[in-house]
Design a protein. Structure first.
Length: 101
């Protein structure tokens, strides 16, 4: 819900997260007083953590999407029955008026 209220979509937040991660990794490479091997291992660990978080976000987006779709189906079903009832009432009223002497 906070995403909808603030105007940011899940996709834009995820993109921002990845861009921030890339910038952070680049800065870490530039200022790291470690050997190349240590730095590569650190980046691999960071990439693994980032992937896990991204998979978690993707799962959340899927769940929200499924929830919204289900609510939409329920809404349409409810509205469909209301419209069908209105059409039926209109037909009955027409028949009554048509059969009046």
């Amino acid at each position: 819900m906070a995403e909808q209220e603030s105007g940011y979509s899940a996709g834009s937040l995820l993109l921002t997260f990845f861009l921030g991660g890339l910038v952070g990794a680049g800065i870490a490479l530039l200022v790291a007083p470690k050997t190349g091997r240590e730095t590569r291992n650190m980046i691999k660990g960071f990439a693994g953590d980032t992937r896990e978080k991204a998979e978690g976000y993707i799962e959340q987006v899927k769940e929200k999407t499924e929830s919204i779709i289900e609510k939409g189906k329920d809404f349409l079903e409810k509205e469909k029955s209301i419209i069908a009832s209105a059409v039926e009432a209109g037909k009955e009223a027409y028949e009554r008026e048509k059969n009046k002497p």
